[in-house]
Write a protein that binds this ligand. Structure first.
Ligand SMILES: NC(=O)c1ccc[n+]([C@@H]2O[C@H](COP(=O)([O-])OP(=O)(O)OC[C@H]3O[C@@H](n4cnc5c(N)ncnc54)[C@H](OP(=O)(O)O)[C@@H]3O)[C@@H](O)[C@H]2O)c1
Length: 273
């Protein structure tokens, strides 16, 4: 009797909207079963929109800033089967002056989501892939990882963490059958800038690329086992090259021009829904 091989299983965090939703679409279109994770109940609808006959596309609500919810998610995924692909994409930012325009809880939530939950999920799910000598891991970092970021200081620092962590983990798992890829998007047309209160900044109001384009590049790089992929305009790619050679003081000054609110006090809160 022929035994049927189950489809590969992918987990995508931050998958209800933006880059994560488009990553989940890539997996679904490439015949993966997909677990989409996000904080709000809309993630269930997002999963329905991607499901096809015969496929398993499931939306799971989890607030990843809460460690117990991360644990519950890991247990749920364990029940669903062996994970082939892990896209740790959920992330958020807070714009505006660090000392004046946010609460400590808002800034710590950025750390809890972008840093803590990323480490927690990687630590919980990558060992299983190593045990099976097979897997693909994608971290959504950012070009913001490359420079200190005035007016989004904790966000940039969190993405520097993700970028460093991804590179180090990639080196540790070399030649195991598991690869780690870092996706470094430039400004992308998602809810990110509204949610971070940065619509009234040059970067928030400036040109952006389609999240579907970002996800396509991220998915392809991940499947090919590449170390990293930068997405965005030629200007963004030039910024990345310059980021490798220019001193921090120049990068910080340039960043400040992009992220400073145009109207005093108009940054944080100005773009809130
Ligand atoms: N947009 C850009 O220009 C840009 C550039 C570089 C890197 N990135 C990175 O790309 C990733 C995706 O962002 P995006 O631009 O696609 O933004 P987005 O549209 O705002 O998507 C963010 C996703 O994260 C989820 N999320 C937020 N808080 C969560 C929490 N506490 N627990 C679980 N899920 C949570 C959101 O779900 P809910 O709606 O349910 O909260 C949503 O699915 C982030 O890591 C971001 O840093 C974005």
């Amino acid at each position: 009797m022929l035994s049927s091989i189950p489809p590969p299983l992918a987990l995508v965090t931050g998958a209800s909207t933006g880059i994560g939703f488009e990553l989940a679409r890539e997996f679904a279109e490439h015949d993966f079963d997909v677990v989409l994770v996000a904080d709000e109940p809309e993630v269930v609808d997002a999963a329905h929109r991607l499901s096809r006959p015969g496929s398993r596309v499931v939306g799971v609500r989890a607030d990843l800033t809460v460690p117990a919810e991360v644990e519950a998610l890991v247990a749920r995924v364990g029940e669903m089967g062996a994970l082939t692909a892990l896209a740790l994409n959920a992330g958020a930012g807070v714009g505006g002056e660090f000392t004046e325009e946010s609460t400590v809880d808002e800034q710590l939530a950025v750390v809890d989501l972008n840093v803590r939950s990323t480490v927690h999920l990687a630590k919980s799910l990558v060992p299983g892939m190593l045990g099976r000598a097979h897997g693909r891991v994608l971290f959504t970092s950012s070009i913001a990882a490359l420079a200190p970021g005035p007016y989004q200081s904790v966000y940039n620092a969190s993405k520097s963490f993700v970028q460093s962590f991804a590179k180090a983990l990639r080196a540790e798992v070399a030649n195991t059958g598991v690869t780690v890829t870092s996706l470094m998007p430039g400004p992308t047309d998602t809810a990110f800038f509204r949610r971070s209160g940065q619509l009234d900044t040059p970067i928030g109001a400036g040109p952006k690329v389609d999240p579907a384009e970002v996800a396509r590049a991220g998915f392809a790089a991940m499947m090919a086992g590449r170390a990293q992929v930068v997405t965005g305009s030629l200007l963004v790619k030039a910024q990345v090259l310059l980021g490798r050679v220019l001193p921090d003081r120049v990068l910080v000054a340039a960043h400040k021009l992009l992220t400073r609110p145009r109207v005093s006090g108009g940054g944080r809160g100005a773009g809130r829904a």
